[in-house]
Design a protein around this ligand. Structure first.
Ligand code: HEC
Length: 175
C-alpha cells in the first residue's frame, strides 16, 4: 500500500513537471486605445471604474495575469476563460462592434450582472475587489440603458430607415 502511494505521488509529480513545458501564450492581442470602449462610448467614470476592477481581466486585451497563471494546469484553465471572455465581449475592441451588436452586448451586460452570472464566481474567489454591490449593478444597468438609447438615436440620424419619418405632414392625412 505504502509503495503504491509513493508511486502515485511520483507519477503526479512527473506529470506536473512535464505540464510546465506547455505554457499558453499570455501576451494577448495588441491594444489600440482608439477602439476601446473608453474612446468610443459615452462611458461614465463610475461605470468605467467598475468594468476596470471587475471585468477587464477577461473582457479586454489588458489582462492582469496573476502569478499562478504561470503554473500549469491553472494556466490552461485561466487562458481558456480569458480567450472565451474576450471572444464574447471585449472592451478593447468595442469600437469595432456595429451599433446593433453593441446594443445587444449592452443589454447582456446588464442581464449578466443582475443575474449574478458575471463576474465569474471562480474569479471572485481570488479577486474580492471585483465583487459588485447593488449600487454597482444599478449604475451598470442605468448606464447600459442610456448608452443603448444614445447610440440608437445616433444611428437613426445617420441612416433614416423609413422615408416617411421625415415628413410628419403625411401622418394625419386621413383625418
Ligand atoms: C474570470 C473571467 C471573467 C470575468 C472577470 C468576467 N467575465 Fe464575463 N464572461 C466570461 C466568460 C468565460 C464568458 C463566456 C461564457 C459564459 O457566458 O459563461 C463571459 C460572458 C459574458 C457575457 C455574455 C456575452 C455574450 O455575448 O454572450 C457578458 C455580457 C459578460 N460576460 C459581461 C461581464 C461583465 C459586465 C463583467 C464584469 C462585471 C464580467 N463579464 C466579468 C468571463 C469573465
Amino acid at each position: 500500500m505504502k509503495r503504491a502511494l509513493k508511486w502515485a505521488v511520483l507519477v503526479i509529480l512527473v506529470l506536473f513537471i512535464v505540464a510546465q513545458a506547455y505554457r499558453p501564450d499570455l501576451s494577448g492581442p495588441p491594444v489600440d486605445e482608439s477602439k476601446s470602449m473608453r474612446a468610443t462610448a459615452n462611458l461614465s467614470p463610475e461605470v468605467g471604474a467598475i468594468f476596470d476592477r471587475a471585468c477587464n481581466d477577461c473582457h479586454s486585451s489588458k489582462t492582469d495575469w496573476p502569478w499562478y497563471s504561470q503554473i500549469a494546469p491553472v494556466s490552461w484553465w485561466l487562458k481558456s476563460h480569458v480567450d472565451e471572455g474576450r471572444g464574447h465581449l471585449s472592451f478593447s475592441e468595442w469600437g469595432t462592434y456595429p451599433q446593433r451588436k453593441a446594443s445587444v452586448k449592452l443589454k447582456e451586460i446588464c442581464e449578466q450582472v443582475e443575474a449574478g452570472e458575471m463576474p465569474l464566481k471562480s474569479y471572485l474567489l481570488m479577486h474580492s475587489a471585483a465583487k459588485l454591490s447593488d449600487a454597482d449593478r444599478k449604475a451598470i444597468c442605468e448606464w447600459t440603458e442610456q448608452e443603448r438609447k444614445r447610440t440608437a438615436a445616433a444611428a437613426v440620424e445617420v441612416e433614416p430607415s423609413t422615408p416617411g419619418a421625415e415628413s410628419p405632414g403625411t401622418r394625419g392625412s386621413d383625418d
